[in-house]
Design a protein around this ligand. Structure first.
Ligand code: UD1
Length: 417
């Protein structure tokens, strides 16, 4: 198993280009199930989660071909099986995204329940309840969701919570349903809108993207298209925060800063000197003071940037209170940061972080993608070597993280254990 060895304290400089968004591509790749022709994607990031989705799609019968570096074609002509097996689903919750497309196009699906995961129980009740409203017959047996239908029908759906995954699954299911589906209290995340744009490109009739009410008029079939997803706002936020933690000047480019409004605003309140362009944010050396951060659904502060903010807060002047409202148990980075010398107290779903800690390098390990990123960032500020073990968590969602930070001048090395 590989680990990342980070030597601190580190200064970084230069430019880094952000990859296309994993969380946009995962549902979009699943959405390729809906098309009756070949779909081509460009700049697909080389990530473990993407490979897991590809394995699942191949298992279902999709033929995936690499046309040139980063460009792939997907074509599902004949379904080999309608089952998404436990072994594939357990490693990646986003596998549930195949449920809606399978039901819509092939009228049946058998998808393993994702089960618990490191950041909480993460149920899929909103997906299932609303697919039932669209006419799916759903049973749960032996750890699998069994779903079938003659044809999904349009329905008026109201989500109890604006779940990203449920909005995406239902939107995909509705594209081929008979009649019109309205999703109220839909998630507003940019990745949901990007999926909507992809579906529109395939011929889906969707109105209200970027709003809380999305309307989908079902069509008979969807065609192929060529699509490239948006830049990864969470990866971008991680690099911006790394610049602030190391008091450096760096340019983070290849994404839409509007997608990071909440993060940029909060960082500026905390003293960050940032300049934003159309597709970049430049970070300048800044004196960071503590702040209060509350995660919330988009356009609020993203839960996927919470761990990185905890790392930043350890280096701020004064105290920060960081409250997690989306996922239970999403503070696995805290005990590891404490081992590096951070002063953090957990109270309920809040982390109270006393800034100004002098961190010391240590062997650390996390069971969650963003938590692991927070440890790399802390490693840049720590005296000595930080060994971030189980790099495969980072490989799920950060393309070439070692190379990208090394390109910015950090001392970071991937080592086989
Ligand atoms: C997606 C992102 C993830 C991000 C999260 C919140 C992908 C692949 N993953 O995850 O990185 O952290 O959005 O922005 O895009 N919930 C229910 N019932 C459901 C569905 C969700 O109770 O049927 C709850 C969850 O347990 C959680 C909350 O709703 O507490 C948010 O989950 P959701 O928005 O669905 O997140 P994901 O789509 O799983």
């Amino acid at each position: 198993m590989d680990k990342l060895v980070v030597k601190g304290p580190s200064r970084i400089e230069g430019e880094v280009t952000i990859s296309k968004a994993k969380n946009a591509y995962l549902p979009i790749l699943a959405g390729a199930i809906l098309a009756e022709d070949e779909v081509i994607f460009s700049e697909v990031p080389n990530l473990r989660d993407i490979r897991t989705m590809n394995n699942l799609l191949t298992h279902l019968g999709t033929v995936i071909e690499e046309k040139k570096a980063g460009e792939f074609s997907y074509f599902l002509n004949e379904l080999k099986t309608h089952e998404a097996p436990y072994d594939l689903v357990k490693t990646m919750r986003a596998s549930i995204c195949v449920l809606g497309p399978l039901l819509a196009r092939f009228k049946k699906a058998r998808v393993s329940l994702p089960g618990g995961c490191a950041i909480g129980t993460r149920p899929i009740d909103l997906h299932l309840k609303n697919l039932e409203k669209m006419g799916a017959e759903i049973t749960i047996e032996g750890g699998y969701v069994e779903a079938k239908t003659d044809r999904l029908k349009g329905a008026h759906l109201t989500l109890d919570f604006p779940s990203v995954g449920a909005t995406e699954n239902l939107m995909m299911a509705a594209t081929l349903a008979n009649g019109t589906t309205v999703i109220e209290n839909a998630a507003l995340e940019p990745e949901v809108t990007d999926l909507g744009h992809f579906l529109q490109r395939m011929g889906a009739k969707i109105e209200g993207l970027d709003s809380k009410t999305i309307t989908i008029h079902g069509v008979e079939k969807l065609n192929g298209c060529h699509f490239t997803a948006i830049g990864d706002r969470i990866e971008a936020a991680t690099y911006i925060i790394s610049g602030l933690m190391t008091n450096s000047q760096i340019k983070v480019k290849g994404f839409n800063p509007i997608h990071l409004d909440a993060v940029i605003e909060k960082l500026e309140q905390m003293g960050a000197k940032l300049e934003r362009g159309e597709d970049f944010v430049e970070v300048f050396p800044s004196k960071i003071v503590g702040g209060e951060i509350d995660t919330a659904p988009y356009p609020g502060f993203p839960t996927d940037v919470q761990a990185q903010m905890v790392a930043l807060a350890t280096q701020a002047e004064g105290t920060s209170i960081i409250t997690e409202h989306i996922f239970e148990n999403r503070f696995m980075h805290v005990p590891e940061l404490q081992r590096m010398g951070a002063n953090i107290t957990i109270k309920g779903n809040s982390a109270i972080v006393k800034g100004g800690a002098s961190l010391k390098g240590a062997p650390v390990m996390c069971t969650d993608l963003r938590a692991s990123a927070a440890l790399v960032l802390a490693g840049f500020c720590a005296e000595g070597e930080t060994h971030v073990q189980r790099v495969y968590h980072l490989d799920r969602g950060y393309e070439k993280i070692g190379e990208k930070f090394a390109g910015l001048g950090a001392t970071i090395e991937r080592v086989k254990e």
